[in-house]
Write a protein that binds this ligand. Sequence first.
Ligand code: CTP
Length: 432
Amino acid sequence: MSPARGPRVVLGVAGGIAAYKAAVLLRELTESGHDVTVVPTAASERFVGRATFEALSGHPVATDVWTGAEQVPHVRLGRHADLVVVAPATADLLARAAHGLADDLLTNVLLTATCPVLLAPAMHTEMWQHPAVQDNVALLRSRGVTVLEPASGRLTGADTGPGRLPEPSEIAAACRRLLGSGARRSDLAGRRVVVSAGGTREPLDPVRFLGNRSSGRQGVALAAAAAARGARVTLVAAHLEVPAPSAVRVVPVGTALELRDAVVAAAADADAVVMAAAVADFRPATRAESKIKKSEDPARDPVVVLERNPDVLAELVAARSTTSAGGGTGARGPVLVGFAAETGDASGSVLQHGRAKLARKGCDLLVLNEVGEGRGFATATNAVVLLGADGTERTVPESSKDVVADAVWDAVVPMLIAITPQVPQTPETGAP
Ligand code: CTP
């Protein structure tokens, strides 16, 4: 069998019910010219037989390191691959990959691969949300592995929730992005970036606060993607429902005022600041020293008076235009990216509101997110439009937040290059 030309891909298949979708992914990859070798785990063969993968890939399939040992397959496959993708990646596979186990051919390949690695998890919601799994995912991401967020929807039984394997077409698109990004994977090397993420909490008294429903997932994905692309990342973390990646410096904050101070301090020598946090526009004007109690007389129930919080993004823009120095990008100051969650209404479409907000805020790029329809907050996927201050517009269709994160950095990198084409390469630069 003469091998197809084109990128060499190792497709790992772990033992989950979604293994059948790996056949669809394999088909899509081979039909678009990829030379794919399938490496199933022994457990996955309970779901899909190796004949399916051999017929669709045109290559023999092995699960252990002993088959064809004279060719040392675990080293050969890993070294020669342009991309390793595992779909589905089970909780067990994630754990073995995170901890460097090498007890079958696939985990050996993961240890010998020097190319990009993409893992597409699929499992029940409880398993995906378990701290052990989330810690393993964070560890893998911190090492530059791209771990897709699972999709939400119907799972194997009657249950629904996050844990579904993303659609094979989406995984194939992520593969193509990684394969096309040989130069891109270190395109933020030497850059310092600040990402704010999560929802601020504004205390009313020692036990109560005004908060919002931001999970921080998109900001965390942005921080992980920047670290994977070589940046030194400061993550200013308001309340997060997901763990922060370990390859970034985390500055925990609570309120909008704390977030403002942390972002402004970190922005002083940053090349880019991405404001993905959901910052409360208002805070209670007073904060009770002790827990607010009910009184006997309902007429004396407290009324919460709010006062405005600073607009952090607007302050960054203003600081950039009034100072002649500062920021890792020198006189111009950092590239500034804002987020906007909008709905269309009688006064304009989502896009019109987005353009107006971009002009109002004065940042360089606005990540516009149409909310409603189950999108945006607390979901694993996002559909956005990237609006550039120069009038550019790029739509990122419904994708995992990892894919959206990379699209944002894809838009930021040319702006950084335009400002400071050369990044001084000192031993200090690079991921922390
Ligand atoms: N933002 C900020 N400080 C605030 C509020 C928002 O820096 N006090 C940032 C957000 O992190 C985001 C962008 O501004 O990047 C837009 O947030 P959004 O809440 O949509 O902006 P607002 O100006 O509050 O607009 P609206 O009146 O539509 O809520």
